[in-house]
Design a binder for this molecule. Structure first.
Ligand code: PXL
Length: 267
């Protein structure tokens, strides 16, 4: 049986499990052949106190040249933290030149959380990302990213009405199915899935902890199940449960280092 060959485009942070260091093991573990397009190499992710940043944007055209020469193509794409605005055009080129017919594009826009942009990003980046979303089949911003993308003032109430408002605004930017993460009501946390004016929710009990990198893990598990042909609702539930299981077995003090997903993967 041959498996899907996908390409994931995001940074490689040497320390602080996120981006490629979670996408690669998770997608592989679920049987997806995972090729990588690293956008940058960082000493550690940007929630630590300072980081080095080797920008790989200029290397991508070289990589594309050899992929084209070798007739390489992908059955799908998963995008996370890109880092630089110039990468948006290169992402489009990636889909156009190396996507097999109908290859789905999953974009987690990754540039903000808790009401704030991550270090190194500005509104120009956000606007370019908003344009890139038009190429996606599934997008899964968190509430903060959804606010920035739609020019909506951030608010701390992440309930149904606010999520719904954000989803309708996002749907004006993209034909993709919109998955908004971090929706909260009745003591639960989860996702609003919005498509063609229809909404559904996938909710789980909220745990009393916050760790870095859980969004990247969520997207990786969601993508793995999606490429296996599961309905999006099931993909979100599996991803939410996986993240919760990881959080339960992680020491709360070590939150910058991400969650202990390896123990869950080994099960
Ligand atoms: O987990 C999101 C993420 C990915 N990559 C880098 C980051 C962050 C969030 O801060 O800094 C480099």
């Amino acid at each position: 049986m041959s498996c899907k060959r996908i390409c994931t485009m995001q940074d490689l942070s040497c320390v602080g499990q996120c981006s490629l260091t979670v996408a690669l093991p998770i997608l592989s573990r679920y049987g997806v052949e995972t090729c990588v397009l690293p956008t940058a190499v960082l000493s550690n992710h940007t929630q630590f106190d300072g980081w080095s940043y080797l920008d790989l944007t200029d290397e991508l055209p070289n990589i594309y040249r050899y992929w084209a020469k070798n007739g390489i193509s992908f059955d799908g794409f998963v995008l996370g933290y890109l880092g630089k605005q110039r990468l948006m055009a290169l992402a489009e080129e990636l889909f156009d030149r190396f996507g097999a017919d109908g290859a789905p594009v999953i974009i987690d826009p990754v540039f903000a959380d808790n009401g704030k942009l991550y270090g190194g990003f500005d509104m120009d980046y956000v606007r370019s990302m908003a344009k890139l979303l038009a190429r996606a089949d599934i997008i899964d911003p968190n509430i903060t990213e959804a606010c920035f993308l739609t020019d909506t003032p951030y608010q701390s109430d992440h309930g149904k009405a606010f999520a719904q408002l954000l989803a309708t605004k996002l749907a004006a930017l993209t034909p993709a199915t919109v998955v908004i993460t971090g929706v909260e009501f009745d003591g639960n946390i989860g996702e609003l899935i919005y498509r063609n004016g229809q909404s559904s929710y996938v909710m789980l009990p909220k745990l009393d902890a916050q760790f870095h990198g859980t969004g990247d893990i969520f997207t990786s598990v969601l993508a793995a199940h999606y490429f296996a042909g599961k309905p999006l609702q099931d993909c979100c539930l599996a991803a939410g449960q996986f993240v919760a299981d990881c959080m339960r077995c992680t020491d709360k003090q070590a939150h910058f280092y991400g969650v202990n997903f390896e123990t869950q993967l080994a099960k």
